[in-house]
Design a protein around this ligand. Structure first.
Ligand code: ADP
Ligand code: MG
Length: 238
C-alpha cells in the first residue's frame, strides 16, 4: 500500500504550462526524490498528489484507485511542509494529535498514537512542551509527527530541511532515512539540494521546466546522465 501513479498529468496557471504531461510510477515503500531548479514544478507536483492543487488533465492513481477528485484528507497522502507552522497555543502532544481529534478519534486512542509517533521520532520527552520552547530541528520532528499519526500510505515532503542550519540538516537527513527504514512507508521528497537527493533517494526524478528529464537510482543517474541538463544539475562528469 503506497503506490502512486501519474498518467499524462498536466497543470497550468493562467497561460503558463507548469506541468507538461508527466507519467510516473512511484513504487510501494520507495524513497523517491524530486529534484530540480527553483520554479520547475516540484511543489506543484507534490501539491497535486496531496490534493492541495487541482489536476487539469490526466490521472492520479493511489494504490490503483483514481484519486483526482478524492478529498485531500481521504487520499492517504500526508504532506510535511517547509514552513512547519505548529499551533502555538497547543503542546507538542496536542499539535500531533490535532488531526486525529478533528477526525473524531477518542482521547485514549489519540494519546496512544501520539506516544508511538513520538517514540519513533525520539521526541517523547517533549510532548508537554509548547512550540516556542523548541529548537528548529525539534519543531520539524513535531511537524513530521503530525503526519505520522495520520498513518498515511504516502508521505510528501516539500523541502522539509531547508530552514535548518547545515549541521542539523545533515543530522535530519540521517534521521529521515532511518524513519523511512522503520516505517517502510512510501515517501516522495522534494529538494533542490543535489547532495540530499544523491544520499537519500532510492530513486531520483530530475525535473526541468515541468517535465521529468530522467528517473532512476542515484548511481545510475550519476554514472549515466541522460542529457546535459541532468549532468550539469547533478554535477556529474560528462
Ligand atoms: P518549484 O517547487 O520547483 O520551485 P513550483 O511548483 O512552486 O516550483 O512552481 C512552478 C511554477 O508555477 C513557477 O513558475 C511558479 O511561479 C508557478 N506557480 C506555482 N504556484 C502558482 C500559483 N498558485 N499561481 C500561479 N503560478 C504558480
Ligand atoms: Mg517548491
Amino acid at each position: 500500500m503506497g503506490r502512486v501513479s501519474l498518467r499524462n498529468v498536466r497543470k497550468s496557471f493562467g497561460t503558463v504550462d507548469v506541468i507538461k504531461g508527466i507519467d510516473l510510477d512511484v513504487y510501494d515503500g520507495e524513497f523517491l526524490v524530486f529534484v530540480g531548479p527553483s520554479g520547475c514544478g516540484k511543489s506543484t507536483m507534490l501539491r497535486m498528489i496531496a490534493g492541495l492543487e487541482g489536476i487539469d488533465s490526466g490521472d492520479l492513481l493511489i494504490d490503483g484507485q483514481r484519486a483526482n477528485d478524492i478529498h485531500p484528507a481521504d487520499r492517504g497522502a500526508a504532506m510535511v511542509f517547509q514552513n512547519y507552522a505548529l499551533y502555538p497555543h497547543m503542546t507538542v502532544a496536542e499539535n500531533m494529535g490535532f488531526a486525529l481529534k478533528m477526525a473524531g478519534v477518542g482521547r485514549k486512542e489519540r494519546d496512544e498514537q501520539v506516544r508511538r509517533a513520538a517514540d519513533v521520532l525520539r521526541i517523547a520527552d517533549l510532548l508537554g512542551r509548547m512550540p516556542k520552547e523548541l529548537s528548529g530541528g525539534q519543531r520539524q520532528r513535531v511537524a513530521i509527527g503530525r503526519a505520522i499519526v495520520r498513518k498515511p500510505r504516502v508521505f510528501l515532503f516539500d523541502e522539509p530541511l531547508s530552514n535548518l542550519d547545515a549541521a542539523l540538516r545533515v543530522n535530519m537527513r540521517i534521521e529521515l532515512s532511518r524513519l523511512h527504514r522503520e516505517l517502510g512507508t512510501t515517501m516522495i521528497y522534494v529538494t533542490h539540494d543535489q547532495v540530499e537527493a544523491m544520499t537519500m533517494g532510492t530513486r531520483i526524478a530530475v525535473f526541468n521546466q515541468g517535465r521529468i528529464e530522467q528517473l532512476g537510482a542515484p548511481l545510475s543517474l550519476y554514472n549515466a546522465p541522460a542529457n546535459e541538463f541532468v549532468a550539469a544539475f547533478l554535477g556529474a562528469p560528462r
